[in-house]
Design a protein around this ligand. Structure first.
Ligand code: DAH
Length: 340
């Protein structure tokens, strides 16, 4: 035993828990423990050695017991530290939850309005051919309207679409034998433009297209009004002003009553800052689909007519949430985004 005591002491010092300590106590000090057995052999030692052997055994016993007690205290202290008290009166920590991006919220509100009116929500490729993006929409190579939409051209002649109007053409070609058509197509578009508070080289649009028999400007106006009331509120009025797009005839620009001055143009006798005193906000283009566009995709323009429109959800979101600079939407700025 004398030689073995070191190894037992080491096991005590490394015991991971109190159960292990109890086992060690039994194996050393128990009825059949190694120290107990050693004591029993003392009687058979030569008389001269007995006294010293007895003293040694007692010393080992007390060293071992002290080691057990010390390790037990250590284990108890550790357990207490891991039970650090919880202050139940401390204010809670709000978990950081994400939410939809403000532009997505507006896009969802818009598509919801159309979904309820029986429209399909459809998609198209972001890389287009010149034909879908321009020619089929009557914007020929030398047409001045090509300058209105500065284009990034890719090697080989394709381009990131400059507007979602290209989706009109794709959808009509696919469904020309399956009329009527009622679709909206939200998506990203790209233009080689300098950025400022109202422009960006990449932004969202939402395109709309209806083709059926007997569609009129009245249908277009009613639809646009329902759409604007859906996102800006039930009291919103709209007006259509004459405009020009190659793919619609007649073409219009749609204005909605200003969300700040409610169409009065005045805020406390001053000109409204948002609509600069006009009472109206320019929100997007629209018109009756040009008969030649219908012919381009193989739809009988004598029998069918349609309307189309294109809006910028960033601009609508900027107006709705009073954001002065559309670039703010796409900066990785959580302080800004968390407000919505
Ligand atoms: N494509 C036009 C633009 O990007 C918006 C537009 C105008 C779409 C008239 C239409 C439309 O469908 O009929 O500025």
């Amino acid at each position: 035993m004398a030689a073995g005591i070191e190894s037992w002491l080491e096991q005590v010092a490394q015991a991971p828990d109190e159960a292990t300590l109890t086992q060690l106590r039994v194996r050393v000090l128990g009825r059949k423990g190694v120290l107990t057995e050693a004591l029993k052999t003392i009687g058979s030692l030569p008389v001269a050695e007995r006294a010293q052997a007895g003293l040694d055994s007692n010393k080992h016993r007390s060293t071992f017991e002290a080691a057990l007690a010390a390790r037990q205290l250590e284990l108890q202290n550790q357990a207490e530290i891991s039970l650090t008290p919880i202050d139940v009166t401390a204010p809670g920590m709000r978990p950081q939850l994400g939410h939809r991006h403000p532009v997505s919220m507006v896009l969802n509100e818009l598509t919801d309005v159309f979904w309820q009116m029986g429209y399909q929500v459809v998609d198209g490729p972001e890389i287009e051919t010149e034909w879908f993006n321009f020619e089929a929409l009557l914007v020929d190579k030398d047409h001045p309207a090509r300058d209105m939409q500065d284009t990034f051209y890719l090697k080989g002649g394709n381009l990131p679409r400059t507007h979602t109007s290209a989706v009109q053409i794709r959808y009509m070609m696919e469904h020309k034998d399956n009329l009527p058509i009622r679709i909206v197509a939200p998506g990203k578009v790209y233009r080689n433009e300098d950025e400022d508070a109202r422009h960006s080289w990449s932004f969202y649009q939402i395109e709309g297209l209806v083709v059926d028999q007997g569609i009129t400007v009245g249908d277009l106006k009613g639809t646009l009004e329902a759409m604007m009331r859906g996102v800006l509120g039930d009291n919103t009025q709209i007006r259509l002003r004459s405009n020009y797009f190659p793919y619609t005839e007649p073409s219009v620009e749609m204005d909605a009553t200003c969300v700040v001055c409610k169409g009065t143009g005045k805020v406390f006798q001053h000109d409204c800052h948002l609509c600069t005193g006009t009472g109206w906000l320019e929100l997007g283009g629209a018109g009756m689909v040009h008969p030649r566009v219908l012919q381009n995709v193989g739809i009988n323009a004598d029998k069918y007519s349609g309307f189309a429109f294109g809006f910028g959800p960033e601009r609508i979101a900027a107006i709705k949430y009073n954001v002065p600079d559309v670039r703010e939407f796409w900066r990785p700025n959580f302080k800004f985004l968390e407000q919505f």
